[in-house]
Structures are given as structure tokens and as C-alpha cells.
Write a protein that binds this ligand. Structure first.
Ligand SMILES: [Zn+2]
Length: 404
């Protein structure tokens, strides 16, 4: 058990089985691991940050991934020339190196929960266990599903993707790792795959996680198939049970966002990714309060993502209060996914706590009652070794990408 010792600065807390409980002032129980939370009057205890949409498989991209050649001129070319080449060359070792690196950096920046959307077409079966074992080793809370797609190998590929989701949902025993069902996006799957994904999600009573209307190409594809858009297609085919996670929504209309809200879906905005891919700004999201923040594979520094949200939101006329709310909606989303209270410091809430001075790197990070960062250092893995492996794996990946 851990004691968050606030001294005279405020109420102290302790952990009990992964939950928070109030600690008696001046408690000096020898069995408690003491975390100093009073070295400076500016120190605050805060719930860990939530990254509501990311891709651990691209965790090495910041380590010198060469630009695509020839340079992509639109979103589909970005997928084809960059991300779909990267995901095709991932194997178990490079996926592990990527996930460990991204998770370590997330914890060191105070992010304690990742909602991951995974794809590695050359290594499907067992891939979710690689991600889950990295989460377990390093101590981050993770929800993960394999994004089924038909873009490389048709229906059989999608069936393997959904099969991996189901295998993981049946076998995962880790209390702070949750399995989800996922689809890549409406435009890379058939109606049969969408229906099968919906059935699987309902069978296991879990949400579905999918990219929706990230680019106009997804909207045009759904329209060619006879639907008003990808949201309607996924809803009509029964693939979005309550609580499902819809990433992006850049090209949804206000009426579509209202429909998503009424269907109790979560929307996730990814400002830095949307800006980088030049897909536009999701103006219609302002009509829902169920909008959380994700990084879409960018490093899980949620302060940096929030700063981008503020900058882009203001220049696109989003109301200030909506932007502020969006920065914390991830806690409600994660509480929904993990079926326990995250994002509050109160008795019986999850003990996912970041201790530090606002604006500085966190001093201590605790996830589900486990110390993962102490005095600014990752204590669950050897950071030097983990970074060295990432730096070794990255250039090998870039080389393999040239051949696919
Ligand atoms: Zn994404």
C-alpha cells in the first residue's frame, strides 16, 4: 500500500487494493510505502491523464522515421505510403519495442490510461497479448482491440482481426487491461465484417473502437455504398453499441454528431494528428459533451495535445468551455471502459494518481495502486535498456518499410 503524504498541505491519501482511501493524518504505518507529496507548496495530486485514442504500434515513429517518397498529397496517400507500410512490417519484436517505448514515455508524462487501436497485418494472432504484456510490465492501464480491415487480404484478413479481438476477450485476465472490438474504418471493410464486429462486441458486452470520417474519403466511400455517411453505415449495421469509441469525426455534420451523442457514443478528437494530416478541424463536435482527447499515435503527452486543442479550437471558433471540458472527458470515457471511477480523487476511486508541480514533469505516478514513476524515474523497467532497444528497432523498421 502507498501513502500519498501531503503533510500540512492538505488531506493525505493511501491505496487499498488499487483504490484510494483517505489516510489518517500523521499515519506512520510501517507497511505503507511513503510518497513525498509535500516538498513544495505548489505540489498537487491529480488523476492520471487519459489518452482516448492512440496507436502503440507507431511508437517508434518519432525516432527518425524518414519522410515518404514521393511526398503524399492527400490523406489516403499518407495512409498508403506511411502508416500502412509501417504496420505491415511490424513483427513481435518491433511491436514490443515500440509499445514499451511509447508506454514508458506516456507514464513519464503523467498519462496513466491508453485506449489503443492496434493493427499489425503480418503479425495478427497474439499481437494484443504483446501490447497487454507491455502494459502489465510497465504498469499502464490499457484498453486494446485489433482494428479489423480488409485492405490487405480481404474478408479473411478481417476475420483474423476479429478473431484476435475475440481470442483476447476470452483469455485476458489482467484486471487493468480491457479488450475491445475494433474496426480500422468503414472504408476498408465490407458490410459482413461490420455486422460481425457488432455481433462480437455485443456478445462480450464491450464497446467498438473505430475511425470515422477522419477524411472526406471515408464519407464518399460510405455514400458510394448507399449510406449518408460512415456513422450511419456503422449504426445501421449494428456495429456501434452504447459506449463505442468513434475516433476523429472531422467530417461529421452537427446532425450526425447529435445522433452519435444520442446513441451514447464517445467521440475522440486528435488535434495534432488532424493538423499534421491536413484533414481539417472537427467543427461539428461542439454539439456533443461526449468528446475526449486522443493523440492518434503521437506521444501521449496530453498537456501538449491539450495545448494544440486550445490553439486550433480557438482559431476555429469553438467555445472555450467546450474546449476545457474536452480535456477531461477522457476520464468519463475511461471510467465507462474500465467500469470503475477514474479521474477523481475520492474514496474508492481508482488509485491512478500523478503527483507534481503543474507545468513540470510528474514526480510520482501511481497506476491501480502500483508505483510506476518515483522521484521522476520509471521504476517498472530499465529505461536506458528500453530506449536502446527502441533506437535499435527503429532503423530496422524504416529499412523494411522500403521493401513493401
Ligand atoms: Zn487513429
Amino acid at each position: 500500500m502507498i501513502l500519498f503524504d501531503r503533510g500540512t498541505l492538505g488531506p493525505s491519501w493511501q491505496t487499498d487494493g488499487g483504490k484510494l482511501i483517505p489516510a489518517a493524518r500523521h499515519s506512520r504505518d510501517e507497511s505503507l510505502l511513503l510518497l513525498d507529496c509535500a516538498w513544495d507548496p505548489r505540489v498537487v495530486l491529480a488523476p492520471g491523464a487519459i489518452n482516448a485514442h492512440t496507436h502503440l504500434y507507431s511508437g517508434l515513429a518519432s525516432l527518425g522515421m524518414p519522410p515518404a517518397s514521393p511526398p503524399p498529397t492527400n490523406f489516403l496517400e499518407i495512409l498508403q505510403r506511411v502508416w500502412w507500410r509501417l504496420d505491415r512490417v511490424l513483427d513481435e519484436a518491433s511491436l514490443r519495442a515500440s509499445a514499451r517505448y511509447a508506454i514508458a514515455e506516456a507514464l513519464l508524462s503523467g498519462t496513466t490510461t491508453l485506449i489503443d487501436h492496434h493493427e499489425s497485418p503480418s503479425f495478427i494472432e497474439g499481437s494484443l497479448d504483446v501490447l497487454a504484456s507491455c502494459a502489465q510490465e510497465l504498469g499502464i492501464r490499457l484498453a486494446v482491440g485489433y482494428g479489423a480491415t480488409e485492405r490487405n487480404g480481404g474478408l479473411a484478413e478481417a476475420q483474423r482481426g476479429l478473431g484476435e479481438c475475440e481470442r483476447f476477450l476470452r483469455t485476458n485476465q489482467r484486471s487493468f487491461v480491457r479488450g475491445l472490438v475494433a474496426l480500422h474504418a468503414s472504408f476498408t471493410v465490407s458490410d459482413d465484417t461490420i455486422r460481425a464486429a457488432g455481433e462480437l462486441a455485443r456478445k462480450h458486452a464491450v464497446p467498438l473502437h473505430v475511425h470515422v470520417a477522419e477524411d472526406q474519403a471515408d464519407v464518399l466511400d460510405a455514400q458510394r455504398r448507399g449510406y449518408p455517411g460512415p456513422l450511419e453505415r456503422l449504426l445501421d449495421l449494428g456495429a456501434l453499441p452504447e459506449g463505442s469509441i468513434v475516433a476523429h469525426g472531422v467530417h461529421l455534420t452537427e446532425a450526425q454528431v447529435r445522433r452519435a451523442h444520442e446513441a451514447k457514443l464517445w467521440l475522440v478528437q486528435n488535434p495534432r494528428s488532424n493538423e499534421g494530416n491536413q484533414v481539417g478541424y472537427p467543427r461539428a463536435l461542439k454539439v456533443s459533451s461526449r468528446v475526449a482527447l486522443g493523440t492518434d499515435g503521437w506521444p501521449a503527452d496530453m498537456e501538449a495535445e491539450a495545448a494544440a486543442l486550445r490553439r486550433l479550437g480557438r482559431s476555429n471558433g469553438d467555445p472555450e468551455d467546450a474546449l476545457t471540458a474536452r480535456m477531461t472527458t477522457g476520464h468519463a470515457l475511461a471510467s465507462d471502459v474500465f467500469a470503475e471511477p477514474l479521474g477523481e480523487l475520492r474514496a474508492n476511486a481508482a488509485a491512478d494518481v500523478v503527483v507534481g508541480i503543474p507545468g513540470e514533469a510528474p514526480r510520482h505516478v501511481v497506476v491501480a495502486g502500483r508505483r510506476v514513476v518515483v522521484a521522476g524515474r520509471l521504476v517498472t523497467a530499465d529505461l536506458t535498456e528500453l530506449r536502446a532497444r527502441a533506437h535499435e528497432a527503429a532503423p530496422e523498421l524504416w529499412k523494411r518499410m522500403e521493401s513493401v
